[in-house]
Design a protein around this ligand. Structure first.
Ligand code: FMN
Ligand code: SF4
Length: 451
């Protein structure tokens, strides 16, 4: 593996890395001031487009393209919402950026606001991140005192205020239209799209929603240039015009059964095996890995045999996962039951479904009940078919729900059963020798904690 110099995490672990003085000493805010003086907003959008930056919040949508969807010459306010809800299980890269290098995030937010002509930016911060709140607020205060925020910044005519908004402590608050509803003071129920936020977002005004790490990448592109960014990662496939490539550095969260869990910066396209062995020190206690989730639990599951798959925007999809997601890898060692893994996953999604869409509200709840039944020794082989039928019919992709939470709930089910079918069948036959072949309907177990 070639050596790689971290840039997004450059300051993490260094003394006073969160202060304006430290950020300035690393060249911080000079790129913002230069862009403000020398470039038009449309030129900044082109800069980010030419870097090939794709959003780091989960879907990997090209950032400059998203900014280009905003209506031209819109007379009223435009808003930027920076998504710091970070509730995807296994994901903590945003927290590290906010706590240890908040000015990098703030500079990216300033540049993105200038490019999109947003004069108000909200950072929507996960409820459970009080330290990040303190660090971000202190950074906003320092930047304001230095004349980098407020009215007519540096005499440019551009004005910007950044506000922190505390999240409502639910996974669904990270879905971009749920987040928008929450900023407006309402329950975070995702909106039916279209209209997309670029046309009708916060307070029904044009809005861009971008992730915290996306903001840090914007700051680095402004500092080091689009060619530097494109020199890292996996280039677009020339045979496939729909592949925008996977450029730039990426923060990979590594947790679960590894020797050295942590947040590591590596070029997009590192394989899961390299990440676990070279960065994470291998599977813990000398054990073997059984599987890993590649990008947060909603992306599904990779088997150990699939660990040579590149963790770029395309790789996980080639082995049946939903995508790269947040690039939060959780390693599962050989001693873990996949039945228990799936039970945990179903419990999470049943708890987090907002309840608006029947397939998601009922589907997540029934999936959990079926897993509870299997674990209680009353499972049937037929239950696997029911789980797969649920998994294949709930979600935005099959077209039955408003948001992608249901797809995220479905993917671990599909991957776990399709990739570990033998283990599920053995478990059911072993724990329910009398009834595993029953196909008639059976009563549900009463469970606590679901809708
Ligand atoms: C259920 C659900 C939860 C989400 N949670 C987050 C989150 O915590 N942070 C985030 O940046 N994006 C999250 N997203 C994705 C956002 O809707 C949105 O695509 C993203 O913030 C856009 O930023 P990006 O273009 O910079 O990636 C979530 C999506 C879904 C469906
Ligand atoms: S898919 Fe689920 S979480 Fe998303 S809006 Fe529908 S019920 Fe709510």
């Amino acid at each position: 593996m070639p050596p790689f110099e971290p840039v997004l995490l450059e300051a993490v672990g260094t003394p006073e890395s969160h202060t304006l003085e430290s950020y300035r000493s690393r060249g911080g805010y000079a790129p913002f001031e230069t862009l403000l003086a020398e470039k038009q907003p449309t030129e900044v959008i082109e800069l980010v487009k030419s870097a090939g930056l794709r959003g780091r919040g989960g879907a990997g949508f090209p950032t400059g393209v998203k900014w280009g969807f905003l209506p031209k010459d819109h007379p009223g306010p435009i808003y930027l919402c920076v998504n710091a809800d970070e509730s995807e299980p296994g994901t903590f890269n945003n927290r590290i950026l906010m706590e240890d290098d908040p000015h990098q995030v703030i500079e990216g937010t300033m540049i993105s606001s200038y490019a999109t002509r947003a004069t108000t930016a909200y950072i929507y911060l996960r409820y459970e991140y009080p330290h990040a709140w303190d660090r971000l607020q202190a950074a906003i205060d320092e930047a304001s005192a230095a004349g980098l925020l407020g009215d007519n910044i540096k005499g440019s005519g551009f004005s910007l205020n950044i506000y922190l908004h505390r999240g409502a402590a639910a996974y669904i608050c990270g879905e971009e239209t749920g987040l928008i509803e929450s900023i407006e003071g309402k329950r975070a129920w995702p909106r039916i799209k279209p209209p997309f936020p670029a046309i009708e977002g916060v307070f029904r005004k044009p809005t861009v929603v971008n992730n915290i790490e996306t903001m840090a990448c914007v700051a680095q592109i402004a500092r080091r240039g689009p060619d530097w960014f494109r020199s890292i990662g996996v280039p677009a496939d020339p045979e496939n015009p729909r592949d925008p490539g996977s450029y730039g550095p990426k923060l990979y969260c590594l947790s679960g059964h590894v020797e050295k869990p942590g947040c590591y910066e590596a070029p997009l396209g590192i394989t899961l095996r390299e990440l676990i062995n070279d960065y994470g020190g291998g599977v813990w206690k000398g054990r073997k890995a059984k599987a890993a989730i590649p990008g947060g639990i909603s992306m599904g599951l990779m088997t150990e045999a699939e660990f040579d798959t590149p963790l770029d925007f395309k790789g996980p999809g080639t082995v049946g996962c939903m995508g790269l997601g947040t690039a939060a890898v959780v390693v599962i060692d050989e001693t873990v039951s996949i039945v228990d893994f799936l039970h945990n996953s179903c419990r999470f999604f049943a708890h987090e479904s907002c309840g608006q869409c029947t397939p998601c509200r009922e589907g997540t709840s029934w999936n959990l009940r079926i897993l509870e039944r299997i674990r209680a020794g009353k499972g049937r082989l037929k239950d696997l078919e029911i789980l797969l039928e649920n998994g294949n019919t709930m979600g935005m992709m099959p077209g039955s729900t408003i948001c992608g939470l249901a797809d995220g709930a479905a993917w671990p089910i599909k991957n776990a059963i399709n990739k570990f079918r033998d283990e599920f069948e053995d478990y059911i036959k072993r724990t329910n020798p009398e009834g595993w072949m029953v196909t008639d309907p059976v009563p549900a177990l009463q469970i606590v904690g679901a809708h």
